[in-house]
Design a protein around this ligand. Sequence first.
Ligand code: SAM
Ligand code: SF4
Length: 349
Amino acid sequence: MTVAPVIDQLDRPLGVLRLSLTARCNLACPYCCPDAKEPEGLLNLEAQLAVIRAACRLGAHTLRLTGGEPLLSDRLWPLLEQLAAGRTDPSDPLHQLRQLTLTSNGILLTPQRALQLKALGLDRVTISLDGADAISVARMTGLPGEARTGERLLAQVLRALKAARAAGFDPRLGQLKLNSVIQNGVNQDQLIPLAALAREQQLELRLIEYMDVGNRNGWTEQQVVPAAEMIARLHRHWPLEPVGRAHHATANRWRYRDGGGVVGVIASITEPFCGDCNRLRVTADGLAFTCLFANEGLDLRRWLMPRPDHAGLMAVLTAAWHGREDRFSELRAQLGSPSPHAEMAYLGG
Ligand code: SAM
Ligand code: SF4
């Protein structure tokens, strides 16, 4: 089945679906501020599959499972089983999926779960870690001052990286990456230690500018460390040369001249990349967002529950993508921060 992707008002094709499985998290990163409980009306397996298949029919070739913390969700495993079966069937829209990926904080990524993920066809894992020492990890996960907790969490994430690698996610093939949010005045001192850790482990590090997603994190522009500054600081330690940003990608990548691998910066504040954004986001309770910074989502539940209305869902998603003209990051300077807008743990990044 060959699919011609639906195109929006700015000529952007749909290419990636980010599906959040849960709004809950086992951490409480202050820049994200997840909910303690799920919203009402979580999508069931049938509804999740209907959304994914519709997105595939509209051009999605990549599915990123996220949250909240996706490994907290008991919906993850049955979904992966169905995806694995569908991807092998040429008549199934899931056959379109070239990349199946997961973003996790790694706390629950045991060796056994890493093997299960690999066996069920997951292609890539991204693990988030915002500090390379116990105090920073405690602070960035919302547990300030608790060094012992920070130590335990850091050890768990390092174990998760090891488990993912042992299960066959090869960082040299881009199958295992590290995400770090760098926040001025909070963990900017972790930039070099995190880069050193990633270099040591041959992982591609993605340095993310602190974003004004949600209404709870008290974002100010002063807390953003611009990507250019992060790169300049790294360059002073380990000279870099530009690789560039691939079409539709989020990260602008640089190569260490000494052969220490690649590092990327996700500069959605200072160097927005709305111009070729191909990402559709659907929350765990079935709201579709075409922009991280949108004020409100499109409620898909009436086409999903109690039973999916596949034709209706296709029509509403086609119309939503076709009518899309958002490019909030590019307009931020003119518009200011939107108010109110959806939370990150709800959208999934
Ligand atoms: N719990 C998982 C994790 O932490 O990887 C998946 C969900 S989390 C919302 C996805 C990504 O969004 C993480 O890498 C996290 O660091 C990033 N993130 C969350 N809030 C952010 C913010 N305000 N600015 C920039 N990145 C943010
Ligand atoms: Fe949880 Fe991820 Fe948000 Fe941190 S960034 S609170 S790990 S959902």
